[in-house]
Design a protein around this ligand. Structure first.
Ligand code: GDP
Ligand code: IMO
Ligand code: MG
Length: 448
């Protein structure tokens, strides 16, 4: 079956005609949208923009460490565990088996969405195989960070690492367990965690949070808790199309990211297969999303980080503060060595460039095309990117010095911006099919 690419003639994603949607849908399989940098690339915004083209939107990994921001009609939402496909035309949204879920945070998020009019219980399905983040996982996350001292990862503190650790060590508690001898399984896991915490010198106190957690478990039972791998595959067999929404980014992937300063899941395209139960041959387009510059939150190496006024300017203009923790995001120039690697690992077929508007006023823009390591030029992403070993090799490009935030079509792009896109496409050997010029849903240009 031939795959049809994004409708090329459309200039505004939200104004797709029904007929155009149909043409695209008929040939679709499972498309994946994922971050190519260290997260916060703008995944939530673009998933929302693309949702009208799909029947199903699904999260496949990560948990409430994610913060996906959507802005439309003057409103702003930050989603953490719930997919970004809930605001369009009643598409089915799935939280897949690869996700770790904190019932308390899920309840807060869901209740607030229900208050703003989203009929979540109707459209959202949760996998029975989701692993549950327990109150003691959060305490273990904090204790692990404390024990690491100066080498701490700077996690989001949401219990992500300990929950995935329990999954892999075969000690985890799954959402489907709520119907199978749950109290006993919960107590055993909790007691095990308490013993671990005590062995680390902690005296855990979490009775209040535990009550909230147990009450949130009852709340979740009001949702459709399903065998989501069967559901997804049945929908596909019925000709439905699925968009998988990545969390974090490739540089935070537990296998290929800047280990050990990574998250605990596979954020890459392969994660969509294991995190939803879809076979690799079902994957169609892979949308790789990146900022026109680069950011990172938390600790760990970042070769193109800027410690000067330019870095500060990018942070201020781009409002680069964490959507979950409010922490300052570290800012730097775009890193094409890391991007080429991410494109390779994920099999990216289309690139999406975000936040170019942040650079609208810059005289010059830099792009890292290679690293210099011990005097040698390196273009393939190396085993280690520790700062003291690496010097980025930059090329300097002229800025476009034009406010692009109100543009509606690529025909309006200034020449220098067109040149920047052409430069990136050549370096990355992949087409940039969407450009985002502001946080709002409408500020999205689909290229011809
Ligand atoms: P995600 O985790 O990948 O979904 O990204 P986040 O929501 O954590 O961070 C992206 C931030 O940039 C959010 O505050 C968005 O509202 C904002 N944003 C998204 N696209 C654009 C854009 O093109 N321009 C600007 N200025 N902001 C954007
Ligand atoms: P979204 O989906 C940016 C970072 C943390 C920390 C490391 C490990 O919004 O792009 P964890 O709590 O996962 O054990 O933390 O990963 N991190 C993110 N950074 N965006 C995210 O998600 C992130 N999720 C985790 O800051 O450095
Ligand atoms: Mg985010």
């Amino acid at each position: 079956m031939e795959y049809v690419r994004l409708a090329p003639a459309v200039t505004n994603a939200t104004k797709l005609k029904e007929t155009e949607n149909k043409t695209i849908l008929n040939n679709m399989k499972v498309d994946v949208l994922l971050g190519l940098q260290w997260g916060d690339e703008g995944k939530g915004k673009v998933v929302d923009v693309l949702t009208p083209r799909y029947d199903v939107v699904a999260r496949f990994q990560g948990g409430p460490n994610a913060g996906h921001t959507l802005e439309f009609e003057g409103k702003k939402y930050v989603l953490r565990s719930i997919p970004s496909g809930i605001f369009q035309h009643g598409q089915t949204n799935i939280i897949g088996n690869g996700v770790v879920l904190d019932p308390v945070l899920f309840r807060e998020e869901a209740e607030s969405l229900e208050k703003s009019g989203v009929d979540l219980k109707k459209i959202l399905k949760l996998s029975k195989k989701i692993h549950l983040i327990m109150p003691t996982h959060r305490l273990l996350d904090a204790a692990n960070e404390k024990a690491k001292g100066g080498a701490k990862i700077g996690t989001t503190g949401k219990g992500i690492g300990p929950t995935y650790t329990d999954k892999i060590s075969r000690n985890g508690l799954r959402l489907g367990d709520v119907y199978h001898n749950f109290d006993k399984k919960y107590a055993a896991a909790r007691d095990r965690h308490v013993a671990m915490l005590r062995s680390m010198g902690e005296e855990p106190e979490f009775s209040e949070l535990e009550q909230k957690w147990l009450s949130a478990i009852e709340y979740i039972k009001g949702y459709d808790i399903v065998d989501s791998e069967h559901l997804v595959n049945k929908l596909l067999a019925d000709g439905k199309s699925v968009l998988c929404e990545g969390a974090q980014g490739t540089m935070l992937d537990v296998d290929f990211g800047s280990y050990p300063f990574v998250t605990s899941s596979n954020t890459i395209c392969a994660g969509a297969c294991s995190g939803l139960g879809v076979a690799p041959n079902k994957i169609g387009e892979v949308f790789g999303i990146f900022k026109a510059y680069c950011t990172r939150v938390g600790a760990g190496p970042f070769p193109t980080e800027l410690f000067d006024e330019t870095g500060k300017l990018i942070r201020d203009l781009g409002h680069e503060y964490g959507a979950v923790t409010g922490r300052e995001r570290r800012c730097g120039w775009i890193d094409l060595v890391a991007l080429r690697y991410a494109i390779m690992i994920n099999g990216v077929t289309q690139l999406i460039m975000m936040k170019s508007d942040v650079l609208d006023g810059f005289d010059e823009i830099k792009a890292c095309v290679a690293y210099e390591i011990n005097g040698e030029r390196v273009e393939d992403f190396p085993f280690s990117i520790e700062e003291d070993e690496i010097k980025p090799v930059y090329v300097t490009l002229p800025g476009w010095k034009t406010d692009m935030t109100a543009m509606k079509s690529e025909d309006e792009f200034p020449q220098q911006f067109k040149d920047y896109i052409a430069f990136l496409e050549k370096e990355l050997k992949t087409p940039i099919t969407i450009v985002s010029i502001g946080p709002d849903r409408e500020q999205t240009i689909i290229r011809k």
